[in-house]
Design a protein around this ligand. Structure first.
Ligand SMILES: Cc1ncc(COP(=O)(O)O)c(C=O)c1O
Length: 398
């Protein structure tokens, strides 16, 4: 018998592994399923990216290994975009790194900075790649709960001093998945100060920076004085350009952390497909024009879904960014029971808060991945499940 590693066994299971099979069964029996699970918009990728990719596919040069250097044009376009968007410059060669989606870079980063037994600070609820990458690298994750009473900000000031001394890496993600929280600049200043004091690398995951509403503008971590000393920032083309499956993102930071991640990656992968880098460069160069319709559509969806969920009996605030609604359940309701019941009874897929770690319990997540009418229909159906919850028909959270 092959025995698998302790690290593999330490990875938490996905609590609702049965969702895809329930969904398939419902669709086969003719149920109109509305899937608000994965953060994967129904909007198409930009035509300019499709055309650049098509041309690149016809040129055999783009079918070669990219290696970590990749396509200089993608590095340059990434660097230009950061400069236009935030006003500061990272060198395309030494301070920019193409990634096979930002997940790949975020999950490989712990290999570059932790020794076995070192601590990584991981938000919960949170994007599970931080936890998985930490465990696979042999780190000891310190789980920092994101709580509504703290506006879902990871409170580094409440992390015990002894943990901070052992910590090598902290993951921060604002605009946040799954809570849709945003981070004020004063908060980021405090976080950078703590990381500088303890020499902790700050991985700032900014995958949703362009999906913002009501005039809110999401900052880069590098807007904070001194952040260059400790931070590495991750950007993704997945959500801003509806290019989730293309697998393209990039990191920027000082040459030392960028170089360390590059070295890890040179042993684990060979960089994004060059044709995808070509398409990514074309999209980034037109970002201002291409992202706005996606952002505006998400804002319309947010407005429709928030209003419809309130009508259906849920209490929630309208988030300022990202593409999610993080909706509180009546006290004591198990989020997995709610999500299973919503799917079985009404054909709506939502993610239970517990699938983002135990601290996500008491909430469920809706991804704004379908149009306003479908979101309104989904909200009305979820209202039926809420009624069933109030009648005491669902298992309670333990
Ligand atoms: C917070 C966060 N970071 C990173 C990613 C990964 O995006 P990519 O497609 O670039 O790997 C996601 C995807 O859902 C995310 O929610």
């Amino acid at each position: 018998m092959i025995e698998f590693s302790q690290r593999l066994r330490a990875l938490p299971g996905y609590p609702l592994a049965e969702i895809p099979s329930i969904k398939r069964r419902l669709i086969e029996s003719g149920v109109d399923v509305i899937d608000l699970g994965a953060g994967d918009n129904d909007t198409p990728p930009p035509t300019i990216a499709v055309e650049a990719m098509t041309a690149a596919l016809r040129d055999p040069a783009y079918s070669k290994y990219g290696f970590q250097q990749g396509l200089p044009a993608f590095r340059q376009a990434s660097s230009r975009w950061v400069e236009r968007r935030f006003g500061f410059r990272f060198d395309p060669v030494t301070e920019t790194l193409p990634l096979i989606g930002s997940k790949e870079g975020l999950s490989h980063l712990p290999f570059a900075v932790v020794n076995p037994g070192d601590v990584t600070i991981v938000p919960e609820p949170g994007y599970q790649a931080y936890l998985g990458g930490s465990i696979l690298a042999g780190a000891e994750p310190f789980i920092a709960p994101l709580r509504p009473e703290n506006d879902f900000l990871l409170d580094l000031e409440r992390v015990p001093e002894a943990v901070l001394r052992r910590a090598k890496l902290v993951f921060l993600n604002y605009p946040n998945n799954p809570t849709a929280a945003v981070a004020p600049l004063e908060y980021l200043e405090r976080a950078v100060a703590i990381c500088r004091r303890h020499d902790i690398l700050l991985a700032y995951d900014n995958a949703y920076c362009d999906l913002t509403f009501d005039g809110y503008r999401a900052p880069s971590i590098f807007e904070i004085a001194g952040a260059r000393e400790v931070a590495l920032e991750f950007f993704s083309l997945s959500k801003s350009f509806s290019m989730t499956g293309w697998r393209i993102g990039f990191a920027v930071g000082r040459p030392e952390p960028v170089g360390a991640l590059t070295r890890v990656k040179s042993y684990t992968d060979t960089g994004p497909f060059l044709a995808v880098q070509k398409a990514g460069a074309a999209a980034l160069d037109q970002a201002e024009t291409l992202v706005e319709p996606i952002r505006a559509e998400l804002e319309r969806r947010r407005d429709a879904a928030v209003a419809a969920l309130r009508d259906a009996g849920f209490a929630l605030e309208a988030p300022k960014a990202a593409m999610y609604l993080w909706v509180a359940l009546p006290a004591g309701t198990a989020s997995a029971a709610f999500a299973t019941r919503a799917l079985e009874d009404t054909g709506v897929v939502v993610l239970p808060g517990s699938s983002f770690g135990p601290a996500g319990e008491g909430f469920f997540r809706i991804a704004l991945t379908v149009g306003a009418d479908r979101l309104r229909a989904a909200a009305a159906r979820l209202g039926q499940t809420l009624e069933a919850t109030r009648r005491g028909e669902l298992a309670s959270a333990t």
